[in-house]
Design a protein around this ligand. Structure first.
Ligand code: RP5
Length: 171
């Protein structure tokens, strides 16, 4: 157990949800909510690339050995956290660009998306923490039939909800 993070859910954490600052939490909490909806145990904490670089690199390097299978990393501004974690682990890293007061999150988006060849980060939309959680669930579902079936059910719910909206327009 890293002292930087808190466990959420029953069982060993499979996903690490980390962010550069507690100020990212209002955005990043949606990733944890999505993981909880699918019963995926995870851990959450602040791991700053710039303010605690050595601890950040240690966290990323140790993550796979601690049983994690996906990392979700959110940061704003000069958002180097997802990319630096991806540089010290071979597990999938999903980056969440957190919008700050200036530049509407474009700085965060480009900092996370424009990775050099060889070091991939799966970047979701600006503020797209919920999709980051859902993507992590899909990644885990690739090797977990029960989880993938739950994702199938979730997609069916989306389908039904979209149809209901269309039905409402026709009434
Ligand atoms: C980034 O700097 C963090 O991810 C956060 O989005 C931003 C501002 O951090 P605080 O000054 O609010 O702690 O590293």
């Amino acid at each position: 157990m890293s002292e930087l993070v808190t466990r959420r859910g029953e069982g060993e954490p499979r996903v690490g949800v980390v962010m550069g600052s507690d100020s990212d939490w209002p955005v990043m909490s949606a990733a944890c909510d999505a993981l909880s909806e699918f019963g995926i145990p995870h851990e959450v904490g602040v791991v700053s690339a710039h303010r605690m670089p050595h601890a950040m690199l240690d966290y990323g390097a140790a993550a796979a050995g601690r049983g994690l299978r996906v990392l979700i990393a959110g940061a704003g501004g000069a958002a180097h956290l997802p990319g630096m974690l991806a540089s010290v682990t071979s597990m999938p890293v999903i980056g969440v660009p957190v919008p700050l007061k200036y530049l509407d999150g474009m700085d965060s988006l480009l900092s996370i998306a424009q990775m050099p060849a060889g070091v991939p980060v799966a970047t979701v939309s600006v503020g797209g923490a919920r999709n980051a959680g859902l993507l992590a669930a899909r990644i885990l579902g690739a090797a977990d039939d029960a989880l993938r079936a739950r994702m199938d059910g979730f997609r069916a719910e989306l389908d039904a909800a979209a149809r209901a909206k269309g039905d409402a327009l026709r009434e």
